[in-house]
Design a protein around this ligand. Sequence first.
Ligand code: HSE
Length: 288
Amino acid sequence: MVKVKIPATTANMGPGFDTLGMALNLYNEIEITEDANVVNSEDNLVYKSMVKAFKACEYKYGNYKIEFTKCDVPMSRGLGSSATCIVGGIMAANAIMGNKLTEEAIINLATEMEGHPDNVVPAIVGGMAVSIYDGEKVVYSKVNVPDNLRFVVIIPDFEVSTSAARKVLPKDYSRNDCVFNVSRAAMLVTALNNGEIDKIRTAFQDKIHEPYRKTLIKNIDEVFLKAKELGSVGEFISGSGSTLIAVIHKDNEKFIIGMKKAFNELQIGWAIKELKTDLVGAKILIES
Ligand code: HSE
């Protein structure tokens, strides 16, 4: 039996479309046991990811009982639930095979399955990462996130599918929009690395995806405005949405209460949670 724990992740983080991502301290846990009586379905993303890893190592695999013993990462909300399945499946398969895959190989297989590296890389290595797929492999670099920041996840009561949210994006962008995003993404990384919290609001600005995806998230403007009034240092859409994230200073004790009051006034039953950066990434908890 193998048990694996995988963190939620937020991707894009404003200007870093398909590039920036960070692991959060919210987790799924998956227990996998070899069981000849089980009929596995190719529709199960965990199983599909296990098979991908087994085939990469030409390993003779069997049938597996796959159970989520903890399922705290909400589905289709932009918090990397599919990355937890992919990373969980590949890492569990790797443990079953006796760790034949390197971290680099795990990252490349997971990115191939997910289609972009920004969720799977931090889900595997923890922390915040800048990830690039260079056409052959993934190259990543870690960003230091000041430990006095908290990430408040605001989870709407509706889903947004990543494929639908990718379809609303334009195919091409103007040079001005590209410069706008390159400057903000670069500034976000340096501002976080240097602890320049006052620059984060400017650095979270984006012209690649948020202006288009805002249309899929009702009440986003009101919620972002309220977050700013309550002292948030910046806000962004988490991944492809629907979750929104407000970044606050750890001493901002009135933020959550104020936001809950605003949800009541707006008559929206959204969930809210204060999270921290997960620095560890996915972990095998039990291997027997
Ligand atoms: N970078 C991806 C997107 C993340 O925005 O479509 C999806 O989780």
